[in-house]
Design a protein around this ligand. Sequence first.
Ligand code: UDX
Length: 449
Amino acid sequence: MKIVVAGTGYVGLVTGACLSEVGHNVTCVDIDENKVEKMKKGISPIYEPGLDDLLKRNHDEGRLDFTTDYKNAYKDADLVFIGVGTPEREDGSANLDYVFKVCEQIAKNVENDCLVVVKSTVPIGTNDRVEAFLRENAKNDINIEVASNPEFLAQGTAVVDTLHAKRIVIGVESKRSEEILREVYERYNQPIVVTNRRSAEMIKYASNDFLALKISFMNEIANFCEMVGADVEDVAKGMSFDPRIGDKFLKAGIGYGGSCFPKDTKALHWLANDNGYELKTIKATIEVNQNQKYKLFRAAKQRFGSLKGLKVAVLGLTFKPGTDDLREAPSIPNVRRLLDEGAEIVAYDPVGIDNFKRIYSNEIEYVNDPKEALKGADLTLIFTEWNEIKSLDLGVYEELMNSAVIFDGRNCYEVNDVEERKVEYHSVGRKAVLNLQNDVKNEVAVTLF
Ligand code: UDX
């Protein structure tokens, strides 16, 4: 079976690499010559643990190839996976231009009957449109079927998530498509859920939006915990023992970012509106997240009044640890506001600095060691819970900062440990530790957030 994968971003490249890892012959197509040459040498264009090894080994063993020559690749393909991006349009809807660009190339060049599998996250009904488009534009005697096969990998654990997925969802309209995809995924040995195409498309949005809802829910509970003296970490723990709730995605913080949750919540909300229905829970999820993103900035502003001329240590830039991706990272708009306020910023991130420099080049200083950022700082803002940050001894803040005022958006430290220190510590959904202020100790932070 000749498998071609269109697109070498997180979804496409990881799909291609993992399919070759279980023994399939795969060609990945991308328009960027430079990127293709690098991938052939085992250099992944994205930062993803384990991916370089997979690329190199499977390429060397002849199961995985990369090309810009899409005409040849699609010509005799039995199966084409579409894994290109579906970014957000200004109105919140999903932009399908890349998907249909690939469809155009497939239709023009394919010479065999083939199954086209849409892995990209697409609005409900898109697979029907893709099939109609391909059938209209391909040569008459070719039979093209389309199946939906959404991807559930998370960045930073993409390879493991794919090779050990919790489920594989297949949305098909024919027995033949189901059989082909069952054959492809047989070697993964994972549960397969077969539905029609529209249900498969909905499963992807409903899954992502439900996780986003869970996060926004916990963020609201956290904000309220601060007002009434409860501790959100304890609350989450207490909730998690109920198997109906589970212990995942209960972590309060400064909101979800990344390439999926923000875009997929907006896209589903837009789509429902377009159908004359208001998804109220998703609307609230989006609103809560938008507000939560600025929590640290608001708190710092309230604490200091003016931030003008203050030296701010920014620890963590990426939207989560384990990735160099900055899409929808809370650090970006917060840094903008800090700069507008006249603050001086020194930023640290173990892998995100190069990408951040593309957004803010000379306006802020970058350092490769978090301690360098803390030296002489008036306040610290923690945006990402990297191990390099979590493992920083609290004594270092005390020792190096001008005044050890910490705003921790990811609850990197235990409140009990912080209480031993001469620092002022504000986190999410927990009491503030005010040990810099001699007369008030361990007050509930009712005013700050
Ligand atoms: C997500 C889904 O997990 C994945 O299944 C889907 O295919 C793509 O979207 P990803 O965006 O890579 O993956 O990251 P994820 O680990 O889910 O985190 C998303 C955001 O939520 C991050 O900003 C993270 O910090 C935040 N988050 C996550 C929380 O704030 N609290 C949590 O408990 C979990």
